[in-house]
Design a protein around this ligand. Structure first.
Ligand code: UD1
Ligand code: MG
Length: 470
């Protein structure tokens, strides 16, 4: 339970629906906007607002949900069959009641962009004016498939009528005021009517919105707090709405960063996740994507067609077409073009990773270079090492991964295979084309390839010269 304005609150998120209109087996609230599931946004907002706990009503794919959000495992209430939003609330009722809270805030799980400010607006209005039932309402030119707020002649909210149940002749012209699916309930008032819902409607479902007309009929205080045309509060029901909301959020994030001092070129094609931190003075060219807990520091330069996730780039340059996941790139490094850096890679100051280079779970020491066509895996590389083109570490024997250790100022010639576990000692050199299966001591030349022989007069093509025209 959480104290807001001195009152006890509990929150609930309705997230049990299958999301039939998404045409996908994934629970709707796991669909992502900028690589974060819808539910993540709501949980974050509730936390930001100050809620210490919220009930999550899950049903379709509830195991997927609790696996994705293990920290919230104890907050889930299961709605076994999905018989509507009102039914979802009924399933959560014993848990709600047990908290002893005075007020309940409910949010539809498919409204990820609701903000702490919106919650504040609803809660402060409701608690100061003493409402029993409140909701945030929007004003739209086209109310689409959203529930329509109906008022009586004195302007009091009398019902929310679902679009499928709305009959023009009976319900009159639609004012364009719609229900956002974000509600506040006085728990004692809710207790009186929550089990009076029926499924006597087009969809044969128990609607949470029927509570509004039930409350109105009982002369309870019902209020719709109008927030105008507020795109953040539009629920997501189908792929078109998902990408529209994602695009809305994307533009907000990019514009906010630009006004903070980040240079973002081709800004309409830059996608930056809500958790990424980009410092003023970073320079980014689209199209590119930066997700998760990525950090891009002042002076970093990210060129077009790059993908970064959960990675940090300080004052370094990432050239085009590079893919970087869970890596740490320090200062004065140049990565790319066409480099793939996989989880656990640390590129120390002044390092290089060039075209068609893959590095995994390795540290590349200061001023070391892996410039062309190489694979470095499970490697500890010290400073000022040079790795020749085509070199690979053979880190996997089919069962286990093994380490390669390359000490400082080592020079590995082109096309070498370093069969791990193996150590190449300081200032050593490995001859091009070698397959190194045992350690090379420091200051030595390791060479492991068959010796070249030139056989005079044995060339079967030797007479060809005559046939080739000069
Ligand atoms: C709902 C509202 C509508 C409002 C709109 C705002 C109802 C009946 N209608 O319509 O007035 O304008 O949201 O976006 O509530 N869910 C469950 N269990 C269920 C069914 C749904 O937990 O049995 C969850 C869904 O996962 C979803 C949320 O409730 O997150 C809303 O359900 P949805 O089917 O999207 O309702 P809408 O038709 O959008
Ligand atoms: Mg919806």
């Amino acid at each position: 339970m959480t104290k807001v304005n001195g009152r006890n609150f509990i929150a609930a998120i309705l997230a049990a629906g299958k999301g039939t209109r998404m045409k996908s087996d994934l629970p709707k609230v796991l669909h992502e906007l900028l690589k974060k599931p819808m539910l993540w946004y709501l949980l974050n907002t509730f936390k930001k607002f100050g809620f210490s706990r919220q009930i999550i009503v899950a049903g379709h794919g509830n195991e997927l949900l609790s696996n994705k959000f293990p920290d919230y495992r104890n907050d889930f209430v299961i709605q076994g069959t999905q018989r509507g939003t009102g039914h979802a609330l009924q399933e959560a009722w014993p848990t709600i009641k047990a908290t002893g809270a005075e007020f309940l805030v409910v949010a539809n799980g498919d409204t990820p962009l609701v903000s702490a400010q919106h919650l504040e607006t609803l809660i402060s209005k409701a608690t100061t004016t003493g409402v029993d039932f409140g909701l945030l309402s929007l004003k739209l030119d086209d109310p689409g498939s959203y529930g329509r707020v109906a008022r009586d002649q004195s302007g009091r909210v009398r019902a929310v009528i679902e679009s499928k149940d709305y009959i023009h002749g009976k319900d009159g012209p639609c004012s364009g005021e719609i229900n956002s699916g974000i509600y506040i309930f006085r728990v004692s008032a809710l207790a009186e009517i929550i089990f009076e819902l029926d499924a006597d409607n087009e969809q044969k479902e128990f609607y949470i919105t029927q509570l509004i007309s039930l409350a109105y009929e009982r002369n309870m205080t019902v209020q719709a707090v109008q927030v105008g045309n507020c795109p953040e509060l539009l629920g997501i029901n189908n792929p078109a709405e998902l990408v529209a909301q994602e695009e809305y959020l994307r533009a907000i994030i990019v514009d906010r960063l630009i006004s903070n001092g980040v240079i973002i070129r081709s800004k309409d094609q830059v996608r930056i996740g809500p958790d990424a931190v980009i410092e003023p003075g970073a320079d980014i060219t689209g199209p590119c994507e930066i997700y998760g807990t990525s950090f891009v520091g002042r002076g970093a330069r990210i060129n077009s067609h790059c993908y970064l996730e959960d990675s940090s780039v300080r004052e370094s340059e990432i050239l085009s077409f590079s893919h970087i996941l869970q890596c740490d790139i320090k200062n004065n490094a140049i990565i790319g073009p066409f480099t793939r850096l996989r989880p656990g890679t640390v590129m120390e100051n002044g390092t290089r990773a060039g075209n068609f280079v893959e590095i995994k779970n390795s540290t590349i020491g200061r001023d070391s270079k892996v410039n062309h066509l190489a694979y470095i895996g499970d490697t500890e590389m010290d400073t000022e090492v040079n790795i020749g083109a085509g070199t690979i570490t053979c880190n996997y024997d089919g069962k286990k991964k093994h380490k390669t250790i390359i000490e400082q100022q080592v020079f590995i010639g082109s096309n070498a295979s370093l069969v791990a576990p193996v150590r190449i000692g300081r200032r050593s050199m490995v001859g091009a084309g070698s397959t190194i299966t045992s350690d090379v001591p420091e200051d030595s030349l390791g060479i492991a390839r068959s010796r070249q022989i030139n056989l005079v007069d044995k060339n079967p093509l030797k007479n060809r010269k005559n046939k080739i025209k000069d």
